[in-house]
Ligand binder design. Structure first.
Ligand code: SF4
Length: 486
């Protein structure tokens, strides 16, 4: 996805999908209500958020130290650490590890990092089948679809669609109804066979603790626990920003994440493991941690943009965002949708490939209000818009940014001179008269200005400006206080 108009083009298509909009509104409204209730129970929620922000900020300042410590502890616990500069390297490492384990199948825990690097596709090219075990990820995989939400990847699909999908792909589902319990049972039967037969598990990580070398996966279904304990070999692919210095830091994050994410006090399954199991076969005999850079070091170098690396993937910003609710996740063209996607994807994948995403927001600030680690998403969006403009300047002003630049420069010239400003007011008044109906200006304009006006009400200019009115009053001085009646 590239080009300044990509998000708006994709959003335009999404907006015509009323079924998807209904599904999204229903789901996000209910998650939001649960989150509000769970957060409302915590007296010191704001202090906890501030603590979360401070931990992330402090960690990023010494990320190299914490990562080296993590490597040392994982290795000491019998694990192996692999460093990957980008997605291709990470995919090659995982492919090699699966082959070395003698398998041509893996079972996977839901993982945004592996979606970011396209691991399933890379494994498929190498002849290795990746089975998603999270219910929503399974739905996405069976439908050959893309996830559209961080927490609920299949949020855009309803029960009837899922039943149809399961009937088509899963065994013994001829009589399947769209009752949630029946759908879950069908998935459970399908997945259980895989848990018991596939020898390699692949996971992401919500957190990794440098102090102990412990990896943490937070989930709701228990499939993660199965994938991280039953296979002989476990491979975890983790972005380097997920490291936390100490166990005490994890305590803070585990109080912030479930409340902000699913609206629960504590999520049903929190799996923690350190290296290999002491007593095989109860746990993997081989553990590999793949640490992915993938644009994160470069993001870290940007003092404002680096806040995006603080994200703990709770999805609260998606559930509150009016833009996301209307467009859905696919419009963002990245595994990271919504407000966090608008600031993370352009930085990880390169601003040139996602120039439209910093504009995928109304800048209302709701995302900042709910973010458990206080990422100032509107600030980063505005900052990234500035970077896109500076980049366009370097490239010789092309595309939409060029038109905006011309409009802004013209406005700056008009606003810089009272004479020009008043002349513009008079011109606008005369010109608007011909296209004003019921007090609103309704011009039939082509291009972006016409599109902008087609969804907004532009009131007709007043018949008289304040200054004109003031000057017309008997014995009034200049409204700017320069003295002298007009
Ligand atoms: S940016 Fe904040 S609110 Fe959004 S997913 Fe990340 S942690 Fe949650």
């Amino acid at each position: 996805m590239s080009g300044t108009s990509s998000f708006s083009e994709a959003a335009h298509v999404a907006l015509s999908n009323s079924q998807q909009r209904r599904n999204l509104r229903q789901a996000t409204t209910s998650i939001r209500a649960k989150r509000d209730a769970a957060v409302g129970e915590v007296d010191q929620w704001e202090a906890l958020r501030e603590e979360g922000r401070r931990i992330k900020d402090r960690t990023m300042r010494h990320l190299d130290v914490h990562l080296e410590r993590l490597e040392e502890r994982v290795t000491a616990a019998g694990g192996h650490v692999h460093w990957a500069r980008d997605g291709d390297e990470a995919n090659a490492i995982v492919t090699r590890l699966v082959r070395d384990a003698g398998s041509d199948e893996v079972i996977k825990v839901k993982s945004m990092t592996t979606a970011e690097i396209g691991l399933n596709e890379a494994l498929a090219r190498a002849g290795i089948v990746a089975h998603e075990t999270d219910l929503a990820e399974l739905v996405i995989q069976l439908a050959d679809d893309r996830p559209s939400h961080i927490l609920v990847p299949a949020i855009h699909r309803n029960r009837a669609e899922i039943r149809t999908l399961f009937r088509r792909h899963l065994a013994d589902t001829e009589e399947l109804t769209d009752d949630p319990a029946a759908l879950a049972e069908a998935a459970r039967r399908h997945l259980r066979r895989l848990f018991l037969s596939v020898d390699v598990g692949v996971s992401g990580a919500n957190f990794a603790i440098a102090q102990t070398g412990t990896i943490c996966v937070v989930e709701s279904e228990g499939n993660g626990r199965m994938c991280t304990t039953l296979p002989q070999t476990l491979i975890t692919v983790m972005g380097i920003e997920k490291v936390l210095p100490t166990v005490a830091d994890l305590d803070v994050m585990l109080r912030l994440l479930p409340r902000s994410s699913t609206g629960e006090r504590m999520n049903p399954y929190t799996s923690l493991w350190t290296g290999v199991a002491d007593d095989p076969p109860d746990g993997p005999r081989a553990f590999h941690l793949v640490l992915l850079d993938g644009g994160r070091t470069e993001t870290l170098a940007d003092e404002i943009g680096r806040q995006a690396l603080h994200c703990i993937r709770c999805s609260a910003c998606l559930n509150i965002c009016p833009v996301y609710e209307r467009t859905g996740g696919h419009a963002y063209g990245s595994p990271y949708p919504g407000p966090i996607g608008a600031i993370l994807a352009p930085q990880l994948a390169g601003l040139r490939d996602h120039t439209s995403l910093p504009w995928a927001s109304s800048l209302c600030g709701a995302c900042y209000e709910v973010c458990p680690v206080k990422i100032d998403i509107p600030q980063v969006l505005v900052h990234l818009r500035g970077r896109v403009v500076r980049q366009a300047k370097q490239d010789g002003w092309r595309g939409r940014v060029a038109g905006e630049r011309l409009a802004m420069e013209t406005m700056a010239r008009v606003f810089a001179s009272r004479r020009r400003y008043e002349a513009a007011q008079r011109t606008a008044r005369v010109t608007a008269r011909a296209v004003t109906r019921d007090g609103l200006v309704r011009p039939q304009l082509p291009g972006p200005l016409g599109a902008w006006l087609s969804s907004r009400d532009l009131p007709a200019p007043a018949a008289q400006s304040f200054r004109e009115w003031w000057r017309a009053q008997p014995d009034q001085s200049d409204p700017d206080g320069h003295g002298g009646a007009a």
